[in-house]
Design a binder for this molecule. Structure first.
Ligand code: ADE
Ligand code: ZN
Length: 322
């Protein structure tokens, strides 16, 4: 079996960040919203650095206006995932973009996304769950409103809560109320950290937000005592190597710390983050890792097992997928 065909579990994917550029361009033409500046001459998303990436991401998202737009987006994204062998995925969803944190509107967007996920389950054999996610640089007050949307809609589809956006803005403790609210509603907890800030910020995130999973977390490698602590705690890292390399955090695949983290006993998993922005797919991530670290199908089976164990879904769903 080739790596492309191998069944895969993906825990870290931003729904808008996975939007094919042609899909976003098509919507912008339908709605007559001019976002031509976000594409390069080949029609790919174009950005200069992480901050600009966030702005381009928000501009692309500005053409996703109605619940039906999100329905179509979900189908387009899941089609790509299924082509890469993904059988179970989790996606970050932001009430900030879906109805401006209004609970009634959020329910409508969610319904449209869930309906698309149900179609994809039948037609493509892929199962999806949602992780509700405030955007960090929108600030802690908005994050509280997002947490209320998450808590009110926690259930079979919305199973997790996280935080994305500019990691350099605010401190983890500023978001503690939101995370406590989500945890009390029974949601699984993850947080982006250790992508743009180092070990101290990872420690502060563990202390204030107590996540069982962490988005990226790779800069733990700068402090081996922290690496050992992550291994002991069993914190699962949602590592997105192609994203880190495209954004310039690491120069190439061989210098990416995922190999060292794995060898030292940290529970690592592999995801794509925002695949068209980084010219990647989950198959490409696996191929590059196989080349860089000599990983064979046995290693990928271990990573997949780790991801399934850490997935924010019920035991029955896990058993069907195992
Ligand atoms: N939102 C989308 N991609 C992201 C990333 N890599 N880091 C933080 N927030 C994001
Ligand atoms: Zn991410």
């Amino acid at each position: 079996m080739t790596l492309r065909q191998h069944p895969k579990i993906e825990l870290h994917l931003h729904l808008e960040g996975a939007a094919p550029p042609a899909f976003i361009r098509g919507l912008s033409q339908e709605k007559k919203i001019d976002i031509s500046g976000i594409f390069d001459e080949r029609g790919h998303y174009a950005y200069r650095d992480f901050w600009h990436f966030l702005k381009v991401y928000e501009a692309a998202t500005s053409v996703l206006v109605t619940p039906m737009d999100y329905h179509r987006l979900t189908l387009a994204v899941l089609e790509q995932s299924a082509e890469n062998g993904v059988i179970y995925g989790e996606t970050f969803l932001s009430p900030d973009f879906c109805g401006g944190r209004d609970l009634g509107a959020w329910r409508e967007y969610l319904h449209a996304i869930e309906e698309a996920a149900a179609i994809a389950r039948i037609q493509m054999g892929i199962t999806l769950r949602g992780i509700v996610t405030p955007i960090r640089h929108f600030g802690p007050d908005k994050a509280r409103e997002v947490a209320v949307c998450a808590a009110e809609t926690a259930g079979a589809f919305v199973t997790g809560f996280g935080i994305a956006g500019d990691e350099k803005v605010c401190e983890p403790a500023d978001f503690a109320w939101s995370f406590d609210c989500a945890r009390e509603a029974g949601l699984g907890i993850t947080a982006h950290a250790g992508e743009w800030r180092g070990p101290d910020h990872i420690r502060a995130t563990l202390k204030a937000l107590n996540p069982t999973r962490m988005g990226h977390g790779v800069r733990a490698i700068e402090d081996l005592a922290l690496v050992d602590e992550l291994a002991e705690r069993g914190t699962v890292l949602e590592v997105c190597p192609g994203s880190n390399i495209a954004l310039g955090i690491y120069p190439d695949w061989r210098k990416h710390p995922i190999g060292q983290l794995f060898d030292r006993g940290v529970k690592v998993t592999v995801s794509t983050d925002d695949p068209p922005f980084f010219h990647t797919s989950l198959t490409r991530e696996w191929d590059r890792l196989a080349d860089a670290f000599d990983w064979d199908a046995g290693v990928f089976a271990t990573l997949n097992r780790t991801a399934l164990d850490a997935a924010f879904c019920d035991r029955d769903t896990k058993e069907t997928l195992a």
